[in-house]
Write a protein that binds this ligand. Structure first.
Ligand code: F6P
Length: 331
């Protein structure tokens, strides 16, 4: 162990923002990797809010046994508005000092990383981030923990919707989560064979939908799935469906908003493995004196991306995926 590696003795770990399947596996990996390096580990409950309130518990190896398969986060999570204030962050710092925590791993999305940056600009406690969100919307990583499970949840739900859609000859508008990002809708749409996919990053879907309705639907199909990202600029599944109904009263349309069921469930193998890789890498990064970086996965390899960059840059959508959708639905 190098001199640098001796400087950290107690590490804190917490989950923040929207929960995502695989967060438990990440906490487990962080805990076990830290213990393996002879560090003490502290779980901060309810995200930044728990840090502000000193809701902090010591974690031992057995505390993270049998949690890998569970959805949600056993440390619980929160979106803390108090942490956005200087006073809130000062209280959080006092509690970290009280417990002697000298480095922290935050598992969450870009809002959580913004909080980490604000804090580390004011206080000298290093933070390393692990991307955990079903939205897969973060710059610098191909993958965020929770995305694969959520994607599979959406696919299972839409497969069922397709049964009833085809039985009745209806068009279903299925709205999925993702905030301002279209990753979940685009990938789910491709995996479910959706006829049209509305995502915030693209603005030509209404034209595509009209093409499908006026040609495709009448000629070759009797039912269809239109996947809509919740952040799409066309105004959401209900609004789009309403417009279609007015223009094509002969078509039967239905809307299904999948909602928070997308965030639950036992994590997939992909999420468990990614969470384990990133959890171990986060502890290694802190031991190597890194700070304010996110652990990401690029082409299946671990990368360290400055948090400043992660919160500033947009991930965008993959043009290859958009092209796939175009080709498949062009005939
Ligand atoms: O960021 C994850 C996410 O599930 C988004 O897809 C969604 O817009 C948001 O969180 C919902 O947040 P909440 O659970 O606070 O309503």
């Amino acid at each position: 162990m190098s001199e640098k590696r001796k400087s950290i003795k107690k590490i804190g770990v917490f989950t923040s923002g929207g929960d995502a399947p695989g967060m438990n596996a990440a906490v487990r990996a962080v805990t076990r990797a830290a213990l393996a390096n002879k560090l003490e580990v502290y779980g901060i409950r309810r995200g930044y809010q728990g840090m502000i309130e000193g809701d902090i518990i010591r974690l031992y190896s057995h505390d993270v046994s049998h949690i890998m398969n569970l959805g949600g986060t056993f440390l619980q999570t929160a979106r803390s508005s108090e942490f956005r204030t200087e006073e809130g962050r000062a209280k959080a710092y006092q509690h970290l000092k009280e417990f002697g925590i000298d480095a922290v791993v935050v598992i969450g999305g870009d809002g959580s990383f913004r909080g980490a940056l604000d804090f580390t600009q004011e206080y000298d406690i290093p933070f390393v981030g692990i991307p955990g969100t079903i939205d897969n919307d973060m710059y610098g990583t191909d993958y965020t923990i929770g995305f694969d499970t959520a994607l599979n949840t959406v696919i299972q739900a839409v497969d069922k919707i397709k049964d009833t859609a085809s039985s009745h000859g209806r068009i279903f508008f299925v709205e999925v989560m993702g905030r301002e990002a279209g990753q979940l809708a685009l990938n789910a749409g491709i995996a479910c064979g959706a006829e049209v996919i509305f995502i915030p990053e693209i603005h030509s879907e209404e034209v595509e939908l009209e093409k499908f309705l006026s040609k495709g639907f009448k000629n070759k199909k009797y039912s269809g799935i239109v996947m809509v990202a919740e952040g799409d600029t066309a105004g959401g599944a209900f609004k789009i469906a309403e417009k279609v109904q007015i223009k094509h009263p002969e078509i039967e349309v239905r809307v299904s908003i999948l909602g928070h069921m997308q965030r639950g469930g036992s994590p997939s193998a992909v999420d468990r493995i990614a969470a384990t890789q990133m959890g171990v890498a986060a502890v290694e990064a802190l031991l190597d004196d890194q700070k304010s970086v996110m652990i990401g996965l690029k082409n299946d390899s671990i990368v360290h991306v400055p948090l400043q960059k992660v919160v500033k840059m947009n991930r965008g959508v993959d043009n290859n995926m958009l092209n796939l959708q175009k080709v498949i639905n062009s005939v």
